[in-house]
Ligand binder design. Sequence first.
Ligand code: CA
Length: 227
Amino acid sequence: MRVLVVEDEPGIVSGLQTNLRRFGWAVDAAADIKTAWAALRSEPFDVMLLDLGLPDGDGTELLRRLRSASRQGLPDPGLPVLIMTARDDVASRIGGLDAGADDYVSKPFDAGEVAARMRAMRRRSVGRADAVLSHGDLRLDPAALTVCLAGQPVDLSSREFAVLLALVEASPRVLSRSQLETKLYNWDRAVDSNAIEVHIHRIRRKLGEQVIRTIRGVGYFVPSVSE
Ligand code: CA
């Protein structure tokens, strides 16, 4: 999952990055509205975490601009947005929700709760009710980062889990290597050109060769269950 954190407090940003990266998520940060807007226009994010008090304006301005963007290309006007507000600031919370936020957390927050709310928003945005994904013999639990194949737990790294989750969510659509890279790597990290191949190779070794198919020169897909 690709996450954009819009927050001007460096301590909060680094705490979130550390905690959210444990799930294999790619976390980018922007400290003001201008930087955030440029990021939203250039990268496909899955979720945005938005502070309301920013140095160059109110976060709800960014939210309104995002929600009124055209449906063609980036930014994605339907991007799930979680706002961060002060504990007793009910007016901001109401303003944020009315400006198009999907949910909120109050500061100081627990990073585990933030992650759970983001997973819930992501599920809603892809139209999935169950927190655990089932696909044939596979069961993926994004909260626990666990995978079972025919009832047997299989040990995947957080990156391998993130690759498999993206492909299962997209199934049977094909994802290109660069689409997978954008979900896994944030913009300040150099990506090895064969990193995705390495993850896929390891997933196949653990779950079987047939779990992920390759279309040479195009990308990868997990076949639909009926195949
Ligand atoms: Ca702030």
